[in-house]
Ligand binder design. Sequence first.
Ligand SMILES: Cc1ncc(COP(=O)(O)O)c(C=O)c1O
Length: 396
Amino acid sequence: MTIRPLNYGRHQIDDSDVQAVVDALRGDLITQGPIVERFEAAVAERVGARHAIAVSSGTAALHIGCLAAGVAAGDMGVTSTLSFVASANAVIYCGGQANLLDIDPDTLAITGDGVRNYLAGAPETKVVIPVHFGGLATQSAEIRQAAGSRFVMEDAAHALGGDHACGTPVGSCKYADMAVFSFHPVKSITTGEGGVVTTNDADLARLLRQLRTHGIERDADRMQNLDAALEDGQRRTWYYEQQLLGFNYRLTDIQAALGLSQLAKLDRFLARRREIIAHYDAAFADLPAVTLVQADTEFRRRSAHHLYILDVDFAALGRTRQQFIRELNAFGIAPQIHYIPIHYQPYHQARHAYGPDAFPAAVRYYEGCLSIPLFPDMTDEEVDHVVATVRDLVRR
Ligand SMILES: Cc1ncc(COP(=O)(O)O)c(C=O)c1O
């Protein structure tokens, strides 16, 4: 039996994806064009939002989302310390200060109470960025309520295909002004690199579209310099205005073609993730020194299942995490750590000087976490190989 190297996550590309990209390459526009529009419409429909604005990465989506929320020099945004650094960096890109919150140990996410307590001491905060860690959206209504009139932007990079507790799809913006997805290859679907912001607010959508393309406006009704813009009452066809400072964060039609093709498979991908999770849950339930995270059946039912994480008591195993990872590597298994808490990162420490007791729940979780392979493309044989190897190594 040959097992390919098994990363904690990977994309699944088939011939229909390849064909979609090839067809796009033969189109008239290979940068942002009609396929991006179709992809945006399909994403918006899938998650139940009015608008979707596709951009070049999830990070770009978070950045323009913070700008659209009005974050500027000296403003504050708040997110979870248990996330990828992009969640905090987006605030700093705007000249703001990224504040961090600890997690709830069961959900691995920030809570409504956590946000409320934090805001009592920092009421001028502009944007609250909950992170749907591992694909699980929790306390969305409570966080919306705690945030009051401030912007809420969900970092749903892990959560395409997941639902809120009420059953509404993540991305519908029922509890947020904006939601952000990533289409990096390990995510629910991929465009290579790519991301999207969803919103129900037409003004926000317009601003986000402008920010993604240099701050340029082409709509005749919105021109500021009418003398230059109009001739015989109509916009000069070549005329455009840069009205604010934006970026080139465009997604290409090539990527959007892949995204459309992948989106059609999202339900199949999710179903396969669920199958693997059920298999892992049964196989690891009785393992000594191992606890399953976010394992509540309600969480299992509605998560997008981006990650499968073991919480391992490495001291009880008599090895360090690095030693255990090396042992897994010898069997072709490449786990990952999600995440080193953001407040541990030297860049963020230098900006904030967090004390040794900061964010104890995230620190405690970080010490034991290990993400093992979970992706829809895994064969049954590969899943069995992971199960057998982990079980064997833990008991050794
Ligand atoms: C929670 C979270 N937020 C944001 C991002 C950034 O997304 P991207 O890699 O598409 O820029 C990631 C990507 O890994 C992520 O995991």
